[in-house]
Design a protein around this ligand. Structure first.
Ligand code: GLN
Ligand code: ZN
Length: 757
């Protein structure tokens, strides 16, 4: 039996790539130095995979920013606005990723979207009527050759043509269909080149096949691959899917001339059933995704062996595979120096997953699998009783009833009460919570963590920062203030640290977008609030100003979605446990004089099942109530805000209204405020702050640009329901761009207030 992985993390086990890119952006290192770092990282990755005994080692899974952006670049999908800048190739690429503002022009970045149901984000390729798809990059071949020269024949990974065309945004008249002939040509050319280079297998990633597919989708898919597979040039083609099952197109996959089919047996709930029912073509290799590429728990060998034995009844050759790219898990447990062995032995990061593949291969190849020491060791681990249960919390969750999820009085009445209570000007201005986190802030936090400064010193420092931040906001003229979140490393980890049931890692970094990484905490046991989490800071901040100070919390669904979740209880149960803990904090803030409380649900949409038919029953039916549970106990005049980033929520607009928040702020500027029409059509009742500028880019929006955005809003939303804010928190930005941006925002609003609206 052979083993394979779909892709490996690339940011570096110590986030080397992130730091190198950021240095490059700041002009501190040259393009050559950046390339060198990248090459070293690739070489380390290859070495680790080689030493583990992995049979199919991927290449071209490396990217400086994002794999879909790389594919766009490779396919020459580079809109004119970037070409016009006339930059070096790498800088054109980064302009597409991050926008560009400098002597050569001022352009926005590609928009960014969540990658299926993960917390990774990809750049959305923009195809216009002038786009000419042709092969524009040597990267896949260079990376293949680079490994080949080390004696490793890799399996190049290329985004599949169908997925690329599906994910792209079409800004002109043309649609995906118009690009079928040209994209086929490119893929055939790729195969030809790889054949000349001596590749044996190539992996086409087609995660879009696990989404609902229409007849037309199937037609496009078939048309693409009938032609591409005609020009295989002797290369074996693995059609790789992940994040779900392929119930809509299994017939096509079997019928087309693929040499291997990669299916996900972790998230693909129906994968096994589909094979049982329909069989599996004997002339194809099944790449069976049995190692979870998204979670950090050890694989339960017993279950895996049962799955594989079942598969063996129906399939010819089977290759053991990960369920998706290991991009979504951290590098290696070797760097976890502080975590107790009693926890660690339950974990597997990317490198440990390689060992699991090797062990499973050994077990499955042996005469008596369950007698192998690897199997037995694993069986003992899964028999162990795990600490961390809290009967009181379980009891609370079990006794929840309808009234715990209902806030009174209803929205309309509260809106009136609050208008009077806060008496804010028209188009109130605010921010999403965090202010720029300088190196100094991070440094102080790190020192406190290491015990190098006392709690007193730390508090004093944070309070100074808060005071500065409040003063700045007053000077700029914002209406609803925030304390700045200087005490937070991350909007989820911070809360996790105050919650019993969580455990933390030192180095479990996972790429979120570009150079941004997150370090999700791990839900180990039942969750409860150990002590107040934010009250001290919010109360201090409020004491400095007469303007309302927003308390700032992260919501239960986001905390859950951005943690590594348990696999022994349901997500719903975990969400309700977390909601109860956050509810205590909400009530605590309220009783301490905080009258506006924002509960961020940045990741609410993220875990929607990929197939629409599963949305309500598998997710929204507990995710929305979990949010309501958080705030149903507050007074009518207490204003509850929520915030979502990069959320396309047109299709769950009713559910968003059902969260029953008083105000929602969200990202909108990158998607040209198109969400506004949807709000209008649906008579959206929650007040809205559609982000008026993009904070993921360093460019400063002009006052005029913001006024245009505001006019668009005023055309579609009743004026007394509009809030004005940037589209997300400012912590990744510097003061240099933040201050003028906010000033432009506030000035834009002032001018609009003076117009007769
Ligand atoms: N309140 C958080 C902040 O401003 C929200 C971040 C987010 O939505 N990702 O940083
Ligand atoms: Zn956000």
């Amino acid at each position: 039996m052979k083993t394979s992985v779909i892709g490996y993390p690339r940011i570096g086990s110590q986030r080397e790539l992130k730091f190198a890119c950021e240095k490059y952006f700041r002009g501190e290192i040259s393009a050559d130095e950046l390339q060198k770092t990248a090459k070293n990282l690739r070489s380390e990755n290859l070495q680790v995979q080689l030493e583990s005994g992995l049979d199919f080692i991927p290449s071209n899974d490396f990217s400086f920013y994002d794999g879909i952006l790389d594919t766009a670049f490779m396919l020459n999908v580079i809109p004119e606005r970037y070409r016009k800048l006339d930059l070096q190739e790498l800088d054109t690429y980064f302009a597409m990723a991050r926008g560009y503002q400098g002597e050569k022009g001022d352009v926005k970045a590609f928009s960014m979207k969540k990658w299926f149901n993960t917390n990774y984000h990809y750049m959305v390729p923009e195809i216009d009527d002038n786009t000419e798809i042709r092969l524009n990059s040597d990267k896949p071949f260079i990376l293949f050759t680079e490994a080949f020269e080390k004696g490793i024949k890799t399996k190049p990974v290329i985004t599949g043509a169908y997925t690329f065309l599906k994910l792209a945004k079409y800004t002109g008249e043309k649609t995906a269909e118009d690009f079928i002939p040209s994209i086929i040509d490119v893929y055939c050319e790729i195969l030809k080149k790889f054949s000349e280079l001596g590749a044996e297998w190539i992996q086409f990633d087609e995660p879009c096949l696990v989404m609902d597919m229409s007849e037309n989708d199937k037609k496009i898919f078939t048309e693409l691959y009938e032609k591409i597979l005609d020009e295989k040039c002797g290369i074996k083609i693995l059609l790789q899917t992940y994040f779900g099952d392929v119930r809509d197109c299994y017939g096509e996959l079997c019928r087309l001339d693929f040499d291997g089919i990669g299916l996900d047996f972790i998230e693909g709930k129906q994968s096994l059933e589909i094979i049982r029912k329909n069989g599996f073509p004997k002339d194809k290799v099944l790449f069976a995704g049995v190692i979870n590429g998204k979670n950090i728990w050890r694989n339960n060998y017993r279950n895996t062996i049962l799955t594989v034995s079942e598969l063996k009844k129906h399939c010819g050759e089977i290759v053991l595979n990960t369920s998706c790219s290991l991009l979504h898990v951290p590098y290696t447990l070797k760097n976890e120096k502080k975590l107790a062995e009693s926890y660690k032995k339950h974990f597997a990061y990317a490198e440990e997953k390689l060992s699991e593949l090797a062990e499973l291969k050994k077990i499955l190849d042996s005469e008596l699998p369950i007698e192998t020491s690897e199997y037995q060791k694993n069986a003992i681990l899964f028999m162990e009783h795990r600490s961390g249960s809290n009967p009181e919390v379980q009891q609370k969750v079990n006794s929840l009833s309808e009234k715990d999820f209902t806030r009174l009085p209803d929205f309309e009445e509260r809106e009136k009460i609050q208008k009077e209570y806060f008496n804010l000007p028209l188009l109130p201005t605010t921010t999403i919570g965090s202010f720029p986190q300088t190196a100094e802030v991070r440094n102080i936090r790190a020192k406190f963590r290491k015990g190098e400064i006392t709690e007193e010193q730390y508090d004093k420092y944070i309070k100074e920062k808060i005071a500065e931040c409040v003063e700045l906001q007053e000077k700029i003229g914002l209406d609803v203030l925030v304390h700045g979140e200087f005490e937070r490393n991350d909007m989820v980890e911070y809360f996790g640290e105050y919650l019993d049931g969580y455990i933390f890692t030192e180095k479990a970094w996972v790429q979120s977008y570009g150079t941004r990484c997150v370090k999700p905490p791990v839900i180990w046991g039942d969750i409860s609030r150990a002590k107040p989490m934010t009250v001290k800071w919010s109360v201090y901040a409020q004491s400095l100003t007469d303007k309302p100070m927003k308390g700032m919390l992260t919501g239960p669904v986001t905390i859950l979605n951005w943690s590594f979740p348990r696999e022994d209880i349901s997500l719903k149960e975990s969400a309700y446990q977390i909601a109860l803990a956050i509810r205590e904090e909400v009530l605590d803030l309220e009783s301490n004089g905080i009258h506006i409380i924002q509960v961020d649900e940045a990741a609410l949409r993220e875990k929607l099942p990929l197939r629409k038919s599963d949305w309500q029953s598998d997710y929204l039916d507990w995710a929305i109530p979990a949010f309501r549970l958080v705030h149903s106990g507050v007074k009518p005049e207490t204003q509850i805000h929520t915030h979502m980033c990069y959320s396309e929520f047109a299709d769950i607009i009713k559910n968003i209204d059902d969260m029953d928040a008083d105000v929602i702020t969200f990202e909108a500027s990158r998607s040209d405020l198109s969400i506004l029409d949807v709000l209008k059509e649906n008579n959206f009742r929650t007040e809205v702050g559609a982000g008026v500028y993009d904070i993921h880019s360093p460019r400063v929006p002009s006052k005029e640009e913001i006024k245009t955005a505001l006019h668009k809003m005023l055309d579609r939303i009743p004026k007394d329901k509009i809030w004005v804010n940037p589209d997300c928190g400012l912590k990744t930005r510097g003061n240099a761009e933040t201050i003028p941006s906010l000033e432009n925002m506030v000035n834009a609003v002032k001018e609009i207030r003076n117009e007769s609206i």
